[in-house]
Structures are given as C-alpha cells and as structure tokens.
Design a protein around this ligand. Structure first.
Ligand code: GSH
Length: 204
C-alpha cells in the first residue's frame, strides 16, 4: 500500500514532501485548501482531529507532526539517506538542527505572522511582535554561526536537518519579515533550494 501525504501548499507538509522527493519514493498526495480550523472538512477529521497538516497514512498507520513524519519515512524507507549514522559524531547535532527547525524557529515565526497580519489590528501587540522578532534573530544568528562557511548544516552534506530548517526559512519569507533574513542565510536558502527536488515540490 502506498503512503499518502496530506498537504497544503507552502505549509509544514513541505517538509515530508521534500523527504519523499529526495528519497525518490512512491506516494500519493492529497492537496487541501487552507481554511484555519477546518482544512479538508469533516472527512479529513478522520485523519487529523483538528484538521491540521501534514498528516501521513501508511497502511493502517496514521500520524501527524512534520518532523516526526520525516523521521518515520527516513527510518522505514530511507536506507540511511538524509541522516548520518547513529554512531557518527554528526548524529547529535543532526537531531538538534532537525528539531530546531520546528521547535525553536517556527513558533516564533508563526507568532510574528499573527502579530503582523493574521490578527486584526486591535488584537496585535507591539511587545509581542518585538519579542518574536528578537527571538527569531537570535535563532537565526545561532544557525549562521553553526553554518560558518559550510554549504549545509552538516559537514557531510545535505540532510533532513536542512529540510527542517529550510522550511522555516520559507515560513519566514511568507511572514513578510524579509528584514530578518541576512545575506548569509539568503545564500544558504539558495544552496538548499538549488535541487531538482525543490524545483518539483515548490510547484505542489
Ligand atoms: N507542529 C506541527 C504544526 C502543524 C501546523 O500548525 N500546520 C499548519 C500549516 S503549516 C496548519 O495546519 N494550519 C491550519 C490550522 O491550524 O487550522 C507540525 O510541524 O506538523
């Protein structure tokens, strides 16, 4: 039975989609329209009780959370691609950056999106907006420092950590907060998206 990924364009489902494409796996894709709280309607509630994406089904198994789905696909079907071996010195830092994308960067970027345009003006707060901006800048600096002059997060090359963090940089672009991007991270963004897999998924 083929895996099925539930997707909304430019949403967190980009992460597992990128993994599926990089690994060249067969999958079905169901694309939903974004409707906060009800994407996919009543039918999709059977897959995700709160209508969020991504979700993945594989036979009788259903799961959500983008980074967990990435780990599931790589662990079960990845044959060691996109992640270093567990006995490698890179394994710890790899896990750290894999989770950093969603756990540290994304929540602050989403908060900023609410403060910039998702909330009505009377719901917005200058304090929350500037706090989110400061946190994002701090995390981006951590990323820049770790990247140094490497092309990718890991010395050994492109990995799922770049996919996880890379998606959050896409989110930052969508947040209309380009002022927070730095020339170094722009260069990194160009490097990780200069791949046939990105060419395909950026249109989905
Ligand atoms: N931590 C979750 C976040 C999932 C999430 O918030 N997805 C957003 C799209 S990026 C969504 O479905 N938003 C619509 C909604 O909340 O109704 C993950 O990484 O999968």
């Amino acid at each position: 039975m083929t895996m099925k990924l539930y997707h909304i364009s430019s949403s967190r489902s980009v992460r597992p989609l990128w993994v599926l494409e990089e690994l060249g796996l067969d999958y079905d894709l169901e694309t939903l329209d974004l409707k906060f709280g009800s994407s996919g309607g009543e039918n999709y509630k059977k897959i995700h009780p709160y209508n969020k994406v991504p979700a993945l089904t594989d036979g009788d198994m259903t799961m959500y959370e983008s980074v967990a789905i990435m780990q599931y696909i790589m662990g079960k079907y990845g044959h060691g691609h996109l992640s270093p071996k567990t006995d490698s010195l890179e394994y710890g830092p790899y896990l750290q950056w894999l989770h950093f994308g969603e756990s540290s960067l994304a929540p602050n970027i989403v908060t900023l999106m609410y403060q910039l345009y998702l909330f009505k003006e009377e719901q917005r707060s200058e304090d929350i907006k500037s706090h989110a901006k400061r946190e994002i800048s701090k995390y981006l600096k951590m990323l820049e420092d770790y990247l140094g002059d490497k092309d990718y997060i890991l010395e050994s090359g492109f990995s799922a950590a770049d996919i996880s963090v890379g998606y959050s940089l896409l989110l930052l672009r969508l947040a209309q907060a380009k002022d927070l991007m730095t020339p170094r991270l722009d260069k990194y963004w160009k490097t990780i998206t200069d791949r046939p897999s990105w060419e395909k998924i950026s249109k989905l």
